[in-house]
Write a protein that binds this ligand. Structure first.
Ligand code: MEV
Length: 452
C-alpha cells in the first residue's frame, strides 16, 4: 500500500476517476479494480440506485440476506428477512422462533408511538414571560408549518405538542422548544427536522416582533434544531410465556426448573453488571439491527436509542426481563423502536422493498412488533446457549464455513470438514490442521482415513 496524501476535489470526480485514484494506492491496481468491479450490479440501472444512496461510491459491499422462518407473532406467522454478517444470528433467531411457535408464539403490545424534536437556543430573557406567551407562539409555529404537516395530518399524524423547557440550570441562558410528533408509518426524521427549522425561524420572528420583550430579549441565538433519536415514548413490548414444564428437555443435564432458574440468574446478572448488560443487549440488537437493515431502517438510530433507554434508571441494564411465578416462565423485551415502513430507504432499496413485501407490507407499529420479537428471540437463543452448552459450540459450527473459506478450502474439502467437525470442536487452528492433513497424501485424521 502506497503512502497517502491529502486529495482535493475527490467528490467531484467521476466514479471511474475515484476508482482509478484509489486503485493506484495498491501494489496491484488492476487486481483491486477487478475485485471491486466484480461486485457491481450487472444491471447498470440498479447499480445507479446503489451509487446514489451515498457519496463517493466506488463499489457495493455485500452482506448476506437471510430468512428466519416460523415466527408466530400475535397469532400471525412471519418468515423474517435479516441482513447480518455474523454467523449464527439467523440460526439462533430461527431456532427460538420454532421453539416458541408451539407455545403461543410472541405476544406484543405497542405502548406508545411518539417522537421528539428540539430547538436548542440561548436567550437572555425571562422564562416565565415567554412561557405565558407560549400558546400564541405555539399557534404561530403550527401555522407556519401547515405546508409541511398537511400530508402527515391527512394520514393521522402531525405535531402533537410544543413546549418551552428551561435548561438554565445546566447552561446559562439555555432553553429548548421541545416538540412531540406522531409520524405514523414513516420514521419521520425529515418531517420532524423540517418542522423544527420552521419553529426556530418562528421563534426568532416572534421574539423580534412581540411588544412584550425588552430590546435585550428580542434576539435569541438558535444553536441547533434537530430530532432526538431518544424516543422512550415510541415503545413496544414483546413477550413469550410457557409453563416451566415446557422447558423440560432444552438441556439434557437440566430440568425445566433448573433451566428457568439459571436463565433468570443470567438476566439478573445483566441487570446489575454493566459489562454483562452490554453484551446481553448486543445480542438483542443482533436481531433488531438485522431486521432494521433488511427493511431499510436506520439501525444506528435504533441502537443509540436502545442503549440510552437501557440507562434510564441511572445505570445501564438489561433490556429484557424474566418473571417466574406460579410455575410460569415469562420473558419479555421492552424497547423503543422508531421504525418506518414508508419513506427513506424503505422504498428505495430494492431488497428492503421485497423484505417489506415478504412481511406483508406492515405499518410502523407492526414493524415494531416484529423487530422487538426478533430481538427477544435472539436474546433467548443466546441466554439458552450460554446457560447450557455454552455459546462457542454452536457459534463455531456456524463459523466453520467462514474459516474454511478463509483457508481457501475446495467444495470437496468443505464437505469432508463439515462431516469431521460434526463431532469435533471447531477452532481456526483445528480447521487449519485438518486441511493440512487432508492436503498431504494419505493421511489419517483422528482415526478417520481421508481418501484423497
Ligand atoms: C454475540 O453476537 C451475542 C452474544 O454474545 C449475546 C450474549 O452474550 O447474550 C452471544
Amino acid at each position: 500500500m502506497k503512502e497517502k496524501e491529502i486529495v482535493c476535489g475527490f467528490s467531484k470526480w467521476s466514479k471511474e476517476q475515484k476508482l482509478e485514484y484509489i486503485s493506484n494506492l495498491f501494489e496491484n491496481p488492476a487486481e483491486f479494480v477487478q475485485e471491486l468491479k466484480s461486485f457491481y450490479h450487472e444491471n447498470p440501472k440498479k447499480q445507479k440506485i446503489f451509487d446514489e444512496f451515498s457519496e463517493n461510491t466506488i463499489s457495493n459491499f455485500y452482506f448476506p440476506f437471510g430468512i428466519a422462518p416460523n415466527f408466530l407473532i400475535d397469532e400471525k406467522v412471519y418468515h423474517i428477512p435479516m441482513v447480518i454478517e455474523e454467523s449464527s444470528v439467523v440460526a439462533a433467531a430461527s431456532k427460538s422462533a420454532k421453539f416458541w411457535s408451539d407455545k403461543g408464539g410472541f405476544h406484543t403490545e405497542i405502548i406508545s408511538t411518539t417522537k421528539i424534536g428540539q430547538v436548542h437556543f440561548i436567550w437572555n430573557g425571562n422564562f416565565e414571560k415567554l412561557k405565558t406567551l407560549m400558546p400564541d407562539l405555539r399557534d404561530r409555529m403550527m401555522d407556519r408549518t401547515k405546508g409541511i404537516t398537511a400530508n402527515m395530518e391527512e394520514r393521522g399524524g402531525g405535531i402533537t405538542d410544543i413546549e418551552l423547557v428551561d435548561m438554565t440550570r445546566e447552561i446559562p441562558g439555555y432553553f429548548q422548544i421541545k416538540a412531540t410528533f406522531e409520524t405514523i408509518d414513516s420514521m419521520g426524521a425529515n418531517f420532524i427536522n423540517s418542522c423544527l427549522e420552521e419553529f426556530a425561524a418562528e421563534l426568532k420572528d416572534f421574539l423580534a416582533e412581540s411588544p412584550y420583550f425588552s430590546e435585550d430579549e428580542k434576539h435569541c441565538e438558535v444553536i441547533m434544531s434537530i430530532l432526538s433519536n431518544y424516543t422512550p415514548d415510541c415503545l413496544v413490548k414483546s413477550w413469550v410465556e410457557c409453563d416451566i414444564d415446557q422447558l423440560e428437555g432444552i438441556d439434557e443435564e437440566l430440568t425445566g426448573e433448573q433451566f428457568a432458574w439459571k436463565f433468570e440468574k443470567a438476566v439478573q446478572i445483566a441487570t446489575v453488571d454493566v459489562h454483562r448488560a452490554t453484551t446481553h443487549n448486543k445480542g438483542i440488537f443482533n436481531g433488531i439491527d438485522a431486521v432494521a437493515l433488511a427493511t431499510g431502517n436506520d439501525f444506528r438510530a435504533i441502537e443509540a436509542c436502545g442503549h440510552t433507554y437501557a440507562s434510564r434508571n441511572g445505570r445501564y441494564e438489561s433490556l429484557s426481563e424474566v418473571h417466574i411465578k406460579d410455575g410460569k416462565f415469562r420473558y419479555s423485551l421492552t424497547v423503543p423502536l422508531a421504525l418506518g415502513t414508508v419513506g427513506g430507504l424503505t422504498n428505495l432499496h430494492p431488497l428492503a422493498k421485497k423484505s417489506l413485501e415478504l412481511l406483508g407490507n406492515p405499518g410502523a407499529t407492526e414493524m415494531m412488533r416484529i423487530a422487538a420479537s426478533v430481538g427477544l428471540a435472539n436474546n433467548f437463543g443466546a441466554i439458552k446457549s450460554l446457560v447450557t452448552k455454552g455459546i462457542q459450540k454452536g457459534h463455531m459450527k456456524m463459523h466453520l464455513l467462514n474459516i474454511l473459506n478463509q483457508l481457501g478450502a475446495t467444495e470437496d474439502e468443505k464437505t469432508k470438514a463439515k462431516a469431521y467437525f460434526e463431532q469435533e470442536k471447531v477452532s481456526y487452528n483445528a480447521v487449519d490442521r485438518f486441511l493440512d492433513k487432508l492436503r498431504s497424501p494419505s493421511q489419517v485424521v483422528k482415526g478417520v482415513y481421508i481418501n484423497k
